[in-house]
Write a protein that binds this ligand. Structure first.
Ligand code: AMP
Length: 511
């Protein structure tokens, strides 16, 4: 797999086909190729030997893709920065990237850029692309060069830049293009593009789709505020692959029009980034009897995801939570116990991911890189490995099961509790649609737990005291008493982060 060559092929053989569709505009393969060549040529002339990564700021505009590809064709990594990021974080990223040029495809407050950085607006980017120009393929990123850097939140409050090399991305896409059963094999499949480009879930649709010569059907943030409009927009796209977090699918499920009759072409839901619940899966299977629900798992540090599984009725009927899949070829997941030894099947420990999609490390941060990345001998070979901080186990067939973050494990009055465990049990209560449990800290210790619950439409759970009593009583039948949250809050909508995951920080503030 060589992504750039695949895109070039599409540009040459069906150049007029749409590569990317959004409410900000469309771009064909031919134009994507031509305009990104022009950007590469500009960077080459403007920056010479300065190969530092280039920040590309914006949302769901075709120019984002033009700039991404322009950077890598000029031999530079790009750092995607979404408009939803707070200004301080944008400044930190621009400072860390250290390049003299910043592409801003949406309105940009120049005070967010470090002194001396040339911010190019969308008008300026368009005038660069209209000038044309090209670079030789010798300039393209080499396998060991960094393709993109995605900044994720770091425990110190400063973002960490996860570097993904061209070889990492090619190895990932080689596998990801085969995800799904292709029930209605489309020559040019349509992928939903929903996640912001600064969240690595977007890489799943972006490069898998472009490598296959398909069309990206992009959803912007504004549209997600109006669910019926969102669902009717999605239905117009004739989407084959629905790539999102489970939380985003839950949002769509809020509209009864989100069903297989209205989205006839849909082949598969591809989920990643957070726990896929049985409840969400069952609702999707009921509404979309012909589509597959695929759970994938992986952190940004190992290139989007490294395992996948098609969920079936047997898994839904199983006592265990849904599996997160079998590792892809080229990847091995080791389960490591507290003493650092590999554990046998069925035993839970930390998931350590090894193989060809493990990142070279954090940008300009050897100390943090050393904390979690290392080399390990597997047979004859030495492979790169990443400690995920996730806890889980493998069964005899190699199927992986996720049990939560090691750091989401809390202690309450000496009892060891996985918050995810309580959430899964709340979801078993009739009339509950979404649930999250957060710890309430006092003096550095967990004082009690608070549950936040979104009721299902037509739910029989009463409001107020009676409802809270009902939930606690139902839970007491499912969990040890010490795990039943003391505080139960009913909310209308579960707050989500910019990446579409449950915003636990926000919930903690609501206690
Ligand atoms: P991110 O780097 O933002 O993609 O977040 C990675 C983390 O999300 C992983 O380390 C897991 O804790 C969680 N995660 C990713 N995929 C799944 C999944 N399918 N089920 C449960 N948690 C997941």
């Amino acid at each position: 797999m060589d992504i750039l060559s695949n895109i070039k092929y599409s540009a040459q053989h069906f150049g007029s086909a749409t590569a990317f569709h959004s409410r900000s505009g469309n771009i064909s393969y031919r134009e994507l190729w031509r305009q990104s060549d022009a950007i590469a040529s500009f960077l080459d002339t403007e920056l010479g030997d300065d190969r530092s990564p280039v920040v590309v700021f914006g949302h769901k505009d075709p120019l984002m893709l033009v700039c991404f590809l322009g950077c890598v064709k000029s031999g530079r990594a790009y750092c995607p920065v979404d408009t939803s990021m707070p200004a301080d974080r944008i400044s930190d990223i621009a400072e860390a990237a250290g390049n003299g040029v910043l592409f801003a495809t949406e309105d940009f407050d120049e005070s967010m850029a470090p002194d001396g950085v040339r911010v190019l607006s969308s008008e300026e980017i368009k005038s660069i692309t209209s000038l044309g120009g090209t670079v030789s393929e010798d300039k393209w990123n080499k396998p060991e060069d960094i393709f993109y850097i995605i900044f994720t939140s770091g425990s110190t409050g400063k973002p960490k830049g996860v570097q993904i090399s061209t070889a990492n991305l090619n190895a990932y896409v080689e596998w990801a293009v085969k995800l799904g059963d292709f029930k209605h094999p489309a020559d040019r499949p349509v992928y939903l593009d929903q996640a912001p480009f600064s969240f690595d879930l977007s890489v799943m649709d972006l490069y898998t789709c472009l490598a296959r010569g398909g069309e990206l059907w992009s959803v912007d943030k504004k549209l997600t505020k109006d669910i019926p409009a969102l669902v009717s927009y999605i239905a117009k796209g004739n989407i084959d692959y629905f790539v999102s977090t489970p939380s985003f699918a839950d949002v769509c499920l809020g509209d009864p029009a989100f069903n297989g009759d209205n989205l006839k072409s849909l082949d598969a839901f591809l989920f990643c980034g957070e726990t896929l619940t049985k409840k969400t899966t069952e609702r999707l299977m009921e509404r979309f009897p012909d589509a597959q629900v695929i759970n994938t798992y992986g952190p940004t540090e190992t290139t989007v995801c490294i395992s996948s599984v098609v969920i079936d009725n047997e898994m839904l009927a199983d006592d265990r939570s849904l599996p997160i899949g079998i590792a892809k070829p080229g990847t091995e997941v080791l389960i490591i116990g507290d003493d650092g030894d590999e554990l046998e099947a069925g035993k839970a420990g930390e998931l350590v991911i090894t193989g060809d999609t493990v990142s070279p490390g954090y940008y300009q941060d050897p100390a943090k890189t050393k904390d979690v990345f290392f080399a390990i001998k597997r047979g004859e070979k030495t492979v790169r490995a990443y400690r995920t901080g996730d806890s889980g186990y493998k069964d005899e067939t190699g199927m992986l099961y996720y049990e939560g973050r090691i750091d989401q494990q809390i202690k309450l009055n000496g009892y060891r509790i996985e918050l995810g465990d309580i959430e899964q049990n709340i979801l078993l209560i009739d009339g509950v649609e979404k649930a999250a449990v957060v710890p309430n800290y006092q003096d550095g210790k967990v004082k009690n737990l608070a549950a936040f619950i979104v009721k299902a439409a037509g739910s029989g759970i009463p409001d107020g005291y009676e409802g809270r009593k009902y939930v606690r009583k139902s839970l007491a039948g499912l969990l040890p008493k010490y795990m039943v949250p003391k505080v139960v809050n009913f909310i209308d909508v579960m707050p989500l982060t910019g990446n579409g995951k449950i915003d636990r920080g926000q919930l903690r503030k609501m206690i």
